[in-house]
Design a protein around this ligand. Structure first.
Ligand code: ADP
Length: 300
């Protein structure tokens, strides 16, 4: 039996891609796509040639997070052309192929695997410094398929995103074991939504009335603070949201012998930037999450 023709085609296609990074998570909703999107923005702002491939087939959120909703992909004789945010940041996602963004893509394993292979084989990226691959959550057959396809052409490794809760960390352990089993290097683990951080100046203040209604007191509170304690307005209110008594992702990384890359706080401004398809690094308001993300990216 000769070599798998799909794998040969993928290796050929990936020959012009220097670095390949897979972004994984044990669960959905932990910020994997947000991280993939912001990592891609950051690398592109450093003048690297970057591709972002979204193979989270059942919940493609990358087009929205890159501000590319409603765009179409085109086919040329070289293959499918990515959609470009800028000349050095191209994006490919199943989301571009859905006629209605509300369509739930319910595909069974073999078809999903087929599509993932097709993405790796048929997208014409040209010369890339980095290909960031946003994978579906979990450790399924698709993941084995992706990892094997990318390993053929030399993948740098995987970044695993988690939140601080035990339930998410348990899944990360599975994810790390999965990588070890496949011989996929773990570049590191990111603890996302690690505490809630907000500038006092961005807080909303409410008073609960006896009938359970909320009365907006923001204007009053801001004026009061401005007059009585203006220095408070420059501070950040930091709240532990999840129980971190287990030591969170850092401790898990130490136990499992994989690098811990850092924490990113739950930052409403980062959520807003992601919703609006913008880079948090160019947003003054993301003064809390953007530096945290930057420190993580600099470690890679
Ligand atoms: P996943 O890809 O793991 O399913 P997403 O990246 O889609 O998760 O994130 C889920 C939601 O949480 C999105 O609305 C996203 O903007 C938001 N989000 C992710 N990380 C943060 C954070 N650190 N602070 C605030 N909101 C976040």
């Amino acid at each position: 039996k000769g070599p798998d023709p799909d794998l040969v085609a993928i290796a050929e296609r990936m020959a012009t891609v220097k670095h390949k990074i897979l972004v994984l998570s044990g669960k959905g909703g932990v910020g994997k796509s947000t991280f993939s999107a912001q990592l891609s923005f950051a690398l592109a702002s450093m003048d690297f040639q970057v591709g972002l491939l979204d193979i989270d087939i059942c919940g493609p959120s990358i087009p929205k997070m890159l501000g590319l909703e409603g765009q179409d992909i085109h086919q040329s004789n070289l293959g499918w052309s990515p959609v470009y945010v800028e000349s050095n940041l191209g994006v490919m996602s199943i989301g571009f192929m859905l006629t209605n963004p509300d369509d739930a893509v319910i595909w069974r394993g073999p078809r999903k695997n087929g599509l993932i292979k097709q993405f790796l084989k048929d997208v014409y990226w040209g010369e890339l410094d980095f290909l960031v691959v946003d994978a579906p959550p979990g450790t399924s057959d698709e993941h084995i398929s992706i990892a094997q396809c990318l390993q053929v052409c030399g993948i740098d490794g995987a970044i695993i995103i988690t939140t601080p809760q035990q339930v998410s960390l348990i899944d990360v352990r599975k994810e790390v074991s999965f990588c070890k089993k496949l011989g996929l290097p773990v570049l590191g683990v990111v603890e996302n939504m690690s505490g809630l951080c907000q500038r006092i100046a961005d807080l909303k203040f409410v008073k609960m009335t006896e009938t359970g209604e909320e009365r907006d007191m923001t204007q009053w509170a801001m004026e009061y603070l401005k007059e009585k304690a203006p220095e408070l307005l420059g501070l950040v209110a930091s709240t532990e949201v999840f129980d971190s008594s287990s030591g969170g992702a850092l401790r898990m990384c130490q136990e499992m012998g994989v690098p811990f890359l850092g924490k990113v706080p739950l930052d409403p401004q980062l959520c807003k930037a992601a919703e609006e398809g913008r880079s948090c690094f160019e947003d003054q308001k993301c003064g809390i999450s953007a530096p945290a993300l930057k420190r993580i990216i600099d470690k890679l």
